[in-house]
Structures are given as C-alpha cells and as structure tokens.
Design a protein around this ligand. Structure first.
Ligand code: SAH
Ligand code: SF4
Length: 362
C-alpha cells in the first residue's frame, strides 16, 4: 500500500454516512449542503472510488472530502470462482476480521428475451451467535457486528466492479455471515442508504433479508414500511427437531415464530419465504412435511428447498431423490408453493457453508 492509500484507509468511510450526516458536515465546513446530492450521485450511481472524480464539486470541497473521508473498499485477499458463474471473495476489514461476499450470475429465459441477473450474498456480522449446528458461521461463534458502512461497502465493492464492465447488480440477499436482525440498526441503515433515491435508488423488492427467526426483529421490520423480502430459515417444523438444529428456537419457539409471521404477512401484505434445508432422515421426513403444512396453514408463504451443504462439524446426508419427491408431493397436496433451489457455486461453497441459490427471488 502506498502512503496515500494508507492515509485514505485511516479516514472514516463515507459509506458509513447517511445523506443528512454529510449535509451536516458540509455545513460545518462552511460549504453548501447542496453538494451532498452531487456526492451521493457520484458515489452511489457512478461508483467512484476517488473524490477527485466528482467533477461537479469545487476543488476545495473535493479536497476537504478526501482529507476527512475514504471510499476505500475492504481488501480482497482471495477469490474463488466456480464454472457456473458464481464467485466468492474473502474480504479483510480494517481490524483484520474476514468476511465473505458471493456474487452469483445467471441468465433466465423469458418469453421473448433473456435477462441476466447478478445477485450478491452479503454479510451482516463477523461470525454469528445463533450457533446453528449445520452452519459454518454458527460453528465459528460471534466475533463482532458489522457497521452499516461495512455492509454498504460489500454491496458497493461488487457494484463498482460490475459498473466498470458496463453491468449492474440486480439483487442482493442478506444471507452471508451473521444474523441481520441481531444487527438491526446497522442492517436497516445500510438498506435505506442503498435504496435512497438521491443516490443509487436500489429497488427494495430486490433485496432479501434472511433471519433465523428473531421474533422481536420480525415485528419491528413489519413496521418499517420497507418492501424488502423476508426469508425465515425454518428447516424444521417441530420444536424438538428445530431446537436440535437451531438453538435460537428455544428462545423463539415455533408457536411464537408463526404468530409473528402471521402478524408480519397481515401487516405488510407480503408473503414470506421459508428456507428449508433438506437433511436426509432429519428434515425430509413425512412427519416434518406434515408439521410444516399444518404450521403454514393459510399464511402466504413460499418454501425454498435446498440440499444441505456439508460443513466441517456437521456430518449430514443429503436427501434422496425419493424423499424429495415425497416431500414436494406432500407440499403440493397442501397447496403450498415451493421451489427446489439449484446449488449454484457448489464447487466453491465448501468454505462458506451457506452459499445459497436465491437467484429467482425478485
Ligand atoms: N442468519 C440468517 C442469514 C444467514 S444464513 C439466517 O440464518 O437466515 C443464510 C442461510 O444459509 C440460512 O437459511 C441458513 O440456514 C443457510 N445455511 C447455513 N448453513 C447451511 C448449510 N450447511 N447448508 C445449507 N444451507 C445453510
Ligand atoms: Fe447464524 Fe444464520 Fe448460520 Fe444460524 S444459519 S448460525 S443464524 S448465520
């Protein structure tokens, strides 16, 4: 790193600021707060990495911004690519903590055209306190919360690279490391900053937030007036089976979780996605699918089925084709919509443990 870059990385990240925060700073400097719009457009629409590129600004403002703030991205220390177009980056944050960001790209054929989707999988914490037994992040324990700027910077890192080749990110899922509803303020601030129409104006419906089922967080989210998609990692529909896989179920058992989902779907008029990992002989049984159908009832829900990815501390068998067939037939009979997700990026998933296929979520 040269000394200029070093200086830059020691400055506060601009990605940590809301629009109004920058307005306040500009006023404090005796500059017009109107410049905030120019900065927001350049940073979030053009994806600039250097304040000198905000040519609409007077040189004095550019210099002041560069003195106080940084647009540095976390250092990329490794990249793995999979032949199906998925890739995973290992990023190092300023304190040395490491997180993973996945980009999945795919083409989808519609009636008359072919659309390309680019979806990123973003982390909200370093590690996770929830301790799900099958999850690589859960196995490492909780390290720390990510700041809102660190969440925003993951998305902007992908977007800056895409913009440089004339492309753009179409979706992102908060399904990387960590539990977003246990880092509530920072996660919501990041979503709002990226969706701010004065900047990028990312479409809320193209964001999916995945939770292990933090009931107070689900209730709070229902009141935000956001149009993001909510996914809940259900994985089992009896308390015994779910608590064995997901210790958080002891804190928020299924009755409470489903009551919260009912409140959420009623209030937001949005359906929820229920994530279901297929673990042979554990979650793919006739008892489990019957319990699932009974719990869902008339709640507007879509089930995402996905085969378990092996992780170091969890020896699991994937479901057999026969078990999957029986499971999906039972869901059909109950009238519950479901999708079997393809495992994209299977070649690079091992280290992540949760590389998911969420590409069809819009
Ligand atoms: N903490 C949130 C979001 C991050 S985990 C949550 O739990 O929803 C993202 C998704 O990856 C969750 O649905 C989680 O259950 C799933 N996952 C974790 N480990 C996995 C594994 N080994 N195989 C398949 N899916 C896994
Ligand atoms: Fe945490 Fe989600 Fe992994 Fe559970 S599945 S340990 S909640 S990241």
């Amino acid at each position: 790193m040269n000394s200029a870059a070093k200086m830059d990385s020691l400055n506060a990240s601009l990605y940590n600021l809301d629009f109004t925060d920058l307005e306040v700073r500009l006023s404090e400097w005796g500059e017009s707060r109107e410049w905030t719009r120019e900065v927001w457009r350049a940073v979030y629409r053009q994806g600039i990495g250097d304040f000198e590129q905000v040519t609409a600004l007077p040189p004095s403002v550019r210099a002041r911004l560069a003195d106080e703030f940084s647009l540095a991205l976390p250092a990329r220390i490794a990249r793995q690519e999979s032949s199906d177009g998925a890739r995973k980056d290992l990023l190092q944050l300023s304190d040395g903590a490491q997180i993973e960001v996945v980009l999945m790209q795919y083409r989808r054929r519609l009636a008359v055209s072919e659309v390309e989707r680019r979806s990123a999988c973003i982390s909200t914490q370093v590690g996770c306190a929830c301790g799900c037994t099958f999850c690589a992040t859960g196995q490492m324990g909780f390290v720390r919360q990510l700041t809102s700027g660190e969440i925003v910077a993951q998305v902007m890192g992908v977007q800056r690279e895409l913009l440089a080749r004339g492309e753009s990110l179409s979706n992102f899922v908060l399904m990387g490391m960590g539990e977003p509803l246990l880092n509530y303020e920072n996660t919501l601030a990041a979503i709002r900053r990226l969706c701010d129409p004065r900047g990028w104006g990312f479409v809320e419906r193209r964001i999916t937030l995945s939770t292990a089922g933090i009931v107070p967080g689900i209730d709070r989210l229902a009141d935000e007036g956001l149009r993001v998609n909510l996914a809940v990692s259900l994985h089992a529909a009896t308390d015994d089976a779910r608590s064995a896989l997901m210790p958080i179920n002891r804190r928020y058992p299924l009755d409470e979780l489903f009551a919260a989902l009912r409140r959420y779907t009623t209030k937001t008029r949005r359906r929820v996605l229920l994530e279901w990992v297929l673990i042979g002989g554990v979650t793919d049984t006739p008892e489990q699918v019957a319990a699932l159908a009974a719990r869902v009832g008339d709640i507007p829900a879509h089930i995402n089925l996905i085969q378990i990815n092996p992780t170091p501390d969890f020896a699991a068998q994937p479901s057999s084709p026969e078990a999957i067939e029986a499971f999906t037939v039972a869901l059909d009979r109950a009238g519950i919509p479901h999708t079997m997700r393809q495992r994209r990026g299977a070649q690079i998933a091992a280290g992540c443990g949760q590389l998911r296929s969420q590409m069809n979520v819009t």
